[in-house]
Design a binder for this molecule. Structure first.
Ligand code: HEC
Ligand code: HEC
Length: 340
């Protein structure tokens, strides 16, 4: 399958060479921004947009202002919070000392994991929950990304930012980060509300969805809408402030039935691989319980399209092939409702 992708890349490069009239002996063009979007032949236009949250640039520049969050004695500037490859730690007493890849990053190579996954690894709807995952699983995902075996199903998806990290990090650094996240016990940070009506939301900075200040509502339909409990605190990368997920009325019970029985051969009972309570099993099968339902749905779609095609992804193929959009919403809601 990767040979097909390589052919496609050569095809595009060849076409570009023809268009610019470049000859084969010309030096390669200076490195431009790499394109981490899925190969064109794998892009899905039939998938919904909500599992792939978008953001808008953060235009605040409040230099001189020191920001605070409740319960922390620390104070940081906008640049400390948002500039450069490093990140900040509001609650250094609440977790083990983060190794350099998690808090410092490496200039010119990759940004600190704590920026996007938060310093405790609990993640956001656009990223992923890394807490307690096995070291082998975390490192394997980075290997899969390095070798172009993980993409999203649509262009411009959050994964492009992670692919830049995976390409820039060494395996030794990845292992240090993985050991740290493996050591963190997950606590529940997600509140789930079953409803058929949701606040109108808009993409905001940090790929977080912001509730419209007018208080306007709209039908939820076959979607999940996930918003921060407190937008400002999430923007300040405060790991102690969680998220609210609005899921369709009745979706948790329907998802539970499908996850437990397999729905007469539609899928395979999740616990047979993800273990008791879906808390993960061994090195290969990750904990999925309590994960962001947006992130879970995104993975189910990416396994289904085949864009997530890492070393161990083959096990998920028969699980997702027959799932409808509604099944994916129901499963994501159920999995998110479990104790992490
Ligand atoms: C610039 C933001 C950003 C940074 C920095 C970042 N990540 Fe990610 N990471 C993401 C996004 C976005 C995803 C989710 C991609 C998806 O859903 O397909 C992700 C997904 C992952 C996954 C896959 C999780 C899973 O179970 O599928 C792992 C593992 C991971 N990141 C590890 C790391 C590590 C380790 C670091 C630090 C060395 C790091 N990330 C730094 C944005 C980031
Ligand atoms: C036959 C074994 C098997 C079964 C059954 C199974 N899974 Fe998985 N699942 C895996 C493996 C292996 C991975 C890791 C794949 C990888 O490394 O790319 C995985 C990964 C996932 C992920 C990605 C997690 C993340 O953080 O990125 C999700 C979500 C998931 N499974 C959901 C489910 C659900 C929901 C069910 C039940 C409907 C299910 N799985 C049933 C083997 C299984």
């Amino acid at each position: 399958m990767s040979s097909g992708r390589r052919r496609l890349t050569l095809g595009v490069a060849g076409a570009a060479a023809l268009l610019t009239g470049a000859c084969h002996s010309a030096p390669a063009p200076a490195a431009s921004t790499p394109n981490y979007d899925p190969p064109a032949n794998l892009v899905r236009t039939d998938f919904p947009a909500w599992p792939y949250p978008r953001g808008i640039p953060d235009t605040r520049r409040e230099e001189g202002t020191l920001f605070h969050v409740p319960g922390s004695k620390q104070a940081f500037t906008f640049t400390q919070i948002n500039g450069g490859p490093a990140t900040i730690d509001w609650f250094p007493d609440q977790h083990p000392t983060p190794p350099a890849p998690v808090i410092e990053g490496r200039a010119g190579a990759y940004n600190a994991c704590g920026q996007c996954h938060l310093i405790d690894g609990s993640g956001k709807p656009d990223t992923g929950d890394l807490r307690e995952l096995s070291v082998a699983y975390i490192v394997q995902q980075i290997v899969d990304m390095k070798s172009d075996r993980r993409h999203a199903s649509i262009p411009g998806a959050p994964l492009i930012y992670m692919l830049a990290v995976a390409k820039g990090i060494t395996l030794d650094e990845a292992r240090q980060a993985a050991e740290y996240f493996h050591s963190i016990q997950p606590v529940k940070k997600l509140r789930i509300i079953e409803t058929d009506t949701v606040p109108v939301t808009h993409p905001a900075a940090h790929a977080v969805q912001r509730v419209d200040p007018s208080g306007a509502t709209e039908p939820l339909g076959t979607r999940i809408i996930e918003v921060p409990e407190d937008f400002e605190r999430t923007e300040l990368r405060d790991p102690s402030s969680g998220f609210v997920a609005y899921v369709p009325a009745g979706s948790i019970a329907k998802g539970a039935a499908l996850a437990k029985t397999g729905g007469d051969g539609k899928t395979i009972p999740c616990a047979s691989c993800h273990g008791e309570g879906l808390k993960g099993m061994g090195d290969v099968f990750p904990r999925i319980a309590g994960h962001s339902p947006t992130a879970t749905a995104r993975q189910l779609y990416d396994f289904k399209s085949g864009t997530r095609d890492g070393k161990n992804a083959v096990a998920m193929k028969p699980v997702v092939m027959k799932l409808t959009d509604e099944d994916i919403v129901n499963l994501a809601a159920y999995v998110a409702s479990l104790q992490p």
